[in-house]
Design a protein around this ligand. Structure first.
Ligand code: AGP
Length: 613
């Protein structure tokens, strides 16, 4: 997610803006910028990369007086969604006149028609972003009152925003507004701080005002006036920040991993938003750059990845075969690059990578390119190496994933793979009605995940009684087999318990020799095809003394009776069930690790992105 800081008061605005952006660095970003008002002008500086790069550029290029004399400004760290992380695409963005600057979190969904209309009026755009369209729209609406101009512009906008806007002609105030992207205003002594979250404010004041959707505020050094977008005054209470800066960075959660688990409903909404076509019963994945005719040429889908991304690929393999009637196969990326794989020009190769920087996956992409395949990326980081080298694909839009253990990236990867399979399948096998039915199932995923995330405290209570084990087995079959592997990976990498995932039928071919009294077996026994066989495998484990924790479909009393403990997930399409089930296992792993006092966000020996072989 991007970060916003605004300041107006008696101190040096550039210094406070930079220190505020540093407090937001944890949110992940790829470029940064700031704008201040000086002598009737708006001055902007931006830099790709770290906040330190922005600070260095400002210190080198701006006169010292600007640091001492500027009393108002806005700043931004960007997590690219529209357009790669370049200086031109970094915020703040100016309007056509250059006298207004704006920073923005969120997505302007109707930015293309707005841009076309503004271009017809002679506006020239310097970036590829939706945000620059908004800054030009504010400028186009400006008739001497920035508040009125912002109101009029926002009435034309569809989508989400958290914004801060300054004007050279109105140096004594900042206009800020929100719809769907948080804005908090710190009320200080002769100064006001605007930010996208409290971590940038807490070192100045604990008195804060949280804007609500469709609030717009006129912020001066001494006063905050809030109205709705129809300019009707509204009252918002001044709240007391209850946590320290470190806690604020995690949005009040104890760990980034827990924050990112809880973010999944929104992350999935972002991954799905605008990508389901209920008229044609298909998905709209323009980044793939493929026509239906291109896809008709695809004879096989090859999925590449490592770790959690490999597990998402395993789900994708089932989806492409069962939904799109297309042969699919998954390869561990490191293995693919060295085995001299058989690759044809009719192969669609999908490289799955949250970071877009995993060395083995990047090397596999290059190998597939060498063999003339049709290669695309499924990444979360916009402008990452894999995204650039494949040149086409689908971004997750899951927001930055800070915790080393991947959670929201996995569920968003699976959701996007389901949409890719829907798109391919609709061109081959699905009727419009069948496509629409699956599209509805995909659309419901965020709500299903909300029901699981709501059980976090109950899962913590269950997890406590499993926290003292040193071994654990995860078993599943069908679409849930990859989820068993993923659940085992989550547990082992953050709790250091030796956890293994197996196909439910595989245990009796050897691993069952390891079962002794009390060995935990986590059985994925959702009410989907294969459940009865899995319940049989559960009995085989129980006969050897194992303690069984079942992930079952809500209300399935038969499955519940077979278990020692249960975590219930909502009923849904068997392929969709992989996602709420994975979330249940994420919470189980998290709470077991927390009960064991583990570090969780940065586990020993691990890195967030494995950029070496
Ligand atoms: C997942 O929890 C791990 N952190 C790890 O397996 C990760 O999924 C793997 O390194 C691949 O990373 P990528 O998705 O960024 O390519």
């Amino acid at each position: 997610m991007c970060g916003i800081v605004g300041y107006i008061g008696k101190a040096s605005a550039p210094s406070i803006l930079i220190s505020g952006l540093k407090r937001l660095e944890y949110r992940g970003y790829d470029s940064a910028g700031m704008a201040v008002i000086e002598d009737g002008k708006v001055v902007i500086t931006k830099a790709p990369g770290k906040v330190a790069a922005l600070n260095e550029r400002a210190r080198n290029e701006w006169p010292a007086s600007r640091f001492t004399d500027s009393r108002a400004g806005i700043a931004h760290t960007r997590w690219a969604t529209h357009g790669p992380p370049t200086e031109a695409n970094a915020h703040p963005h100016a309007d056509q006149s250059g006298g207004i600057a704006l920073v923005h979190n969120g997505i302007i969904e109707n930015y293309r028609p707005l841009r076309t209309r503004l271009e017809a009026k002679g506006h020239l755009f310097l970036s590829e972003t939706d945000t620059e369209v908004l800054s030009h729209l504010v400028g186009d609406c400006y008739q001497g009152d920035l508040f009125q101009a912002v109101c009029d512009a926002l009435h034309q906008v569809e989508g989400t925003f958290g914004i801060a806007v300054i004007s050279a002609t109105e140096p004594g105030r900042i206009i800020t507004a929100r719809r769907g992207s948080p804005i908090v205003i710190g009320v200080g002594d002769g100064e006001s701080i605007i930010a996208s979250d409290a971590s940038a404010i807490i070192s100045h004041t604990r008195q804060v005002i949280y804007l609500e959707d469709n609030d717009i505020a006129i912020v001066t050094a001494d006063h905050v006036e809030i109205r709705d977008l129809n300019r009707v005054p509204v009252t918002r209470e001044v709240a007391e920040l209850g946590f320290d800066a470190e806690a604020a960075e995690k949005g009040g959660f104890e760990h980034f991993m827990l924050k990112e688990i809880h973010e999944q409903p929104d992350a999935l909404r972002n991954a799905i938003r605008g990508r389901l076509d209920f008229n044609l019963g298909t998905s709209v994945l323009s980044g793939m750059g493929t026509s239906p005719r291109d896809l008709a040429e695809v004879q096989r889908v090859i999925l590449l990845g490592c770790g959690t991304s490999l597990h998402a690929g395993l789900v994708g393999e089932y989806a492409f075969e069962d939904l799109a009637d297309t042969h699919a196969e998954v390869h561990q990326a490191a293995e693919f690059r060295y085995r001299n794989p058989l690759v044809n020009r009719s192969d669609l190769v999908v490289a799955i990578s949250q970071s877009g920087e995993t060395a083995d996956t990047l090397a596999a992409v290059r190998e597939a390119n060498q063999k003339g395949a049709f290669v695309m990326g499924l990444c979360n980081v916009v402008g990452s190496t894999i995204a650039r080298e494949t040149g086409r694909g689908v971004y997750l839009h899951a927001g930055p994933e800070i915790s080393v253990a991947s959670t929201k990236a996995f569920t968003c990867q699976v959701a996007v793979l389901l949409m890719m399979a829907l798109k391919l399948g609709r061109g081959r096998r699905f009727s419009r009605d069948e496509g629409m039915r699956l599209a509805r199932e995909i659309e419901a995923i965020p709500t299903l995940v909300e029901q699981v995330v709501a059980q976090s405290d109950a899962i913590s209570r269950i997890a406590k009684s499993y926290a003292d084990n040193e071994h654990a087995f995860f078993i599943g079959r069908g679409y849930l087999y990859p989820v068993a592997l993923e659940g085992a990976l989550k547990l082992k990498e953050i709790s250091y318990i030796h956890a293994e995932g197996y196909h439910a039928a595989e245990l009796k071919h050897g691993p069952i020799a390891l079962l002794v009294d009390g060995t935990p077996v986590i059985a994925l026994a959702n009410d989907v095809p294969g459940k009865d066989k899995t319940l049989g495998n559960v009995e085989e484990c129980r006969a050897r003394g194992a303690r069984i924790l079942g992930i079952i479909t809500s209300g399935d009393h038969e499955a519940a009776a077979a278990m020692d403990d249960v975590i219930e997930v909502p009923a849904c399409h068997p392929l969709v069930a992989t996602i709420p089930t994975a979330v249940a296992l994420q919470l189980l792993a998290y709470h077991i690790a927390r009960h064991r006092g583990c570090e969780i966000d940065q586990p020993r020996n691990l890195a967030k992105s494995v950029t070496v072989e």
